[in-house]
Design a protein around this ligand. Structure first.
Ligand SMILES: NC(=O)c1ccc[n+]([C@@H]2O[C@H](COP(=O)([O-])OP(=O)(O)OC[C@H]3O[C@@H](n4cnc5c(N)ncnc54)[C@H](OP(=O)(O)O)[C@@H]3O)[C@@H](O)[C@H]2O)c1
Length: 302
């Protein structure tokens, strides 16, 4: 996909794989810098993101890099982020649901297990609220950064998603959230068929801040053998831009951007529909707000 004049929104791009992805995409506008893609970095801290934006602008020459405030553990913030973007009336060519965390404790503002709430539910609502912008783009793509860890999950206990994590390590909850990412990407392809192409990716095992919970000196020892964040961005950039995947949708890709088979459970259409319906029920107050807002606009405009 030629990125000239395209609009991209990427979550959690103030560090790690997301930052490397934004850096790579910022440079893909072609020789005419004025036609560079416009990139929105949706992140929770302007203080952490401002220097990153400056760094990307300096390295790429693309000055169209902007900040959007987004806290995925608060559905009010997710809705506010989508409404801020929506108010600009821009078609959204590429959405990259990248932000994520592992081994979190506690619950989100609305009481969902934190890892599930941030990795899946926040992105679920964001994507749904960006529907009009995505559908307004001629060939929109939605890339969801999942993980090979999705395959370690052997089921979703829906009641447990409304409680703090029950495991000691947090890895079972991470696997559930990443299974949810793959199920969502596949279900979105089925439900928004023809309008949007979707891609779930495993970025590789990457030396990013996601390992922040490991104490020193274990963290540097463990991350020394991992791949770089630039390598981790490869699959997302490939799925967001490559003509080779333009006609694909609902598939899963490995760290080299090659199509891979995802787990049997992630291909369970009944489970995907159940997750979709449950997620929809949970975020419905924020979707209802949107239709009320739309109605308000409609009556104001007519
Ligand atoms: N690293 C790996 O080995 C690996 C492997 C497989 C999959 N992944 C996936 O890759 C994606 C990117 O992770 P990474 O490795 O680049 O990790 P990272 O360096 O820790 O970056 C994660 C990003 O997510 C943001 N984030 C976390 N909680 C958030 C919240 N509540 N609201 C908004 N943003 C939030 C972080 O913001 P702050 O900086 O403000 O915390 C940060 O920008 C994740 O989805 C992860 O599951 C990573």
């Amino acid at each position: 996909m030629a990125l000239a004049n395209k609009t991209i929104l990427i979550t959690g791009a103030n560090t790690g794989i997301g930052k490397a992805t934004a850096q790579a995409l910022a440079q893909l506008g072609g020789t005419d810098v004025s036609a560079s893609p416009r990139i929105f970095i949706a992140a929770r801290s302007i203080e952490k993101t401002r220097p990153v934006i400056d760094e990307i602008i300096l390295a790429s020459g693309n000055s169209k890099i902007e900040f959007l405030h987004l806290e995925l553990d608060d559905l009010n913030s997710v809705a506010a982020c989508a409404h801020t973007f929506g108010a600009m009336k821009l078609p959204l060519d590429i959405l990259i649901n990248n932000a994520g965390l592992a081994r979190a404790t506690g619950v989100t503002k609305q009481g969902f297990e934190s890892t599930f709430g941030v990795n899946h539910l926040g992105h679920f609502l964001l994507t749904l609220l960006l529907k009009n912008a995505l559908w307004a783009a001629p060939e929109a793509r939605v890339v969801t950064v999942a993980s090979a860890a999705h395959a370690r999950c052997n089921g979703i206990v829906f009641d447990k998603l409304r409680e703090p994590r029950s495991s000691l390590t947090g890895w079972p909850e991470y696997s559930v959230s990443k299974l949810a990412n793959v199920l969502f990407s596949k279900e979105l392809a089925r439900r928004w068929d023809e309008r949007v192409h979707t891609y779930a990716v495993h970025p590789g095992v990457i030396a990013s801040d996601i390992w922040r919970m490991l104490p020193w000196p274990i963290r540097p020892l463990v991350t020394a053998t991992m791949r770089s964040v630039e390598e981790g961005a490869h699959a997302s950039v490939h799925c967001a831009t490559s003509p080779a995947v333009a006609h694909q949708s609902g598939l899963y890709y490995g760290e080299l951007g090659d199509e891979k088979r995802s787990s049997k459970l992630s291909c369970d259409e009944a489970l995907a529909a159940q997750l979709w319906n449950k997620s929809l029920e949970w975020v419905s107050p924020w979707l209802a707000d949107e239709s009320t807002e739309k109605l308000r606009h409609h009556f104001r405009d007519t």
